[in-house]
Design a protein around this ligand. Structure first.
Ligand SMILES: Nc1ncnc2c1ncn2[C@@H]1O[C@H](COP(=O)(O)OP(=O)(O)O)[C@@H](O)[C@H]1O
Ligand SMILES: [Mg+2]
Length: 166
């Protein structure tokens, strides 16, 4: 099996729940492994890169496996959708998508039957919502002064779609 790894070392830091994102990427990798299981020359690629929109980083998991028929592609993120019979739970992608959305991100997939699939996990460089405000904001609220404006948030909220594929 060939595994190509290509990690962009200049990516900005992204605020994430690391366990959750681990889980998300693991689900994509396990599916990729399943997809290449019977391939004579199995290949996986894992890349991190800045998305074209400049507002997201992207984790890409690609395989040269069985691929997904076009008519099945729209349903693969639905819970309990599996083509693996008793071996599959049909939960991996549903959970992965839930995690991505909770981070303000998204997962898109492209695939060609018999040729392989590419999954893109996009995560916003600036989260739309932060778990807690910075101390200066709390202070200014306490003093009755207006909170500092946060143009980055407004930009992110009205930002472009993470990915245009699928
Ligand atoms: N990399 C992939 N290559 C081919 N098919 C895939 C890939 N990833 C997901 N799928 C399809 O999407 C379905 C749902 O995936 P998932 O939610 O992880 O459930 P499970 O792996 O338990 O079947 C899979 O059963 C398979 O048909
Ligand atoms: Mg799975």
């Amino acid at each position: 099996m060939t595994v190509e790894r290509q990690f962009d070392v200049d990516l900005p830091a992204v605020m994430v729940d690391p366990d959750a994102i681990d889980n998300c990427v693991l689900n994509l990798l396990l599916n990729a492994l399943d997809a290449v299981a019977r391939h004579p020359d199995p290949r996986l690629a894992v890349r991190t890169e800045r998305a074209d929109d400049g507002c997201h980083v992207r984790i890409v998991v690609a395989d040269n496996g069985v691929g997904i028929p076009a008519q099945q592609l729209p349903g693969i993120f639905n819970a309990l959708t599996t083509t693996k019979g008793g071996r599959g739970t049909g939960l991996g992608l549903a959970v992965a998508m839930k995690i991505a959305l909770e981070h303000g991100g998204d997962i898109t997939a492209t695939s060609e039957e018999g040729r392989g699939s590419t999954f893109n996990l996009a995560l916003p460089i600036r989260p739309a919502r932060e778990p807690s405000g910075p101390p200066s904001r709390t202070q200014s609220e306490a003093t009755g002064l207006p909170a500092p404006s946060q143009p980055e948030r407004a930009d992110t909220a009205s930002g472009a779609e993470p990915e245009g594929e699928v």
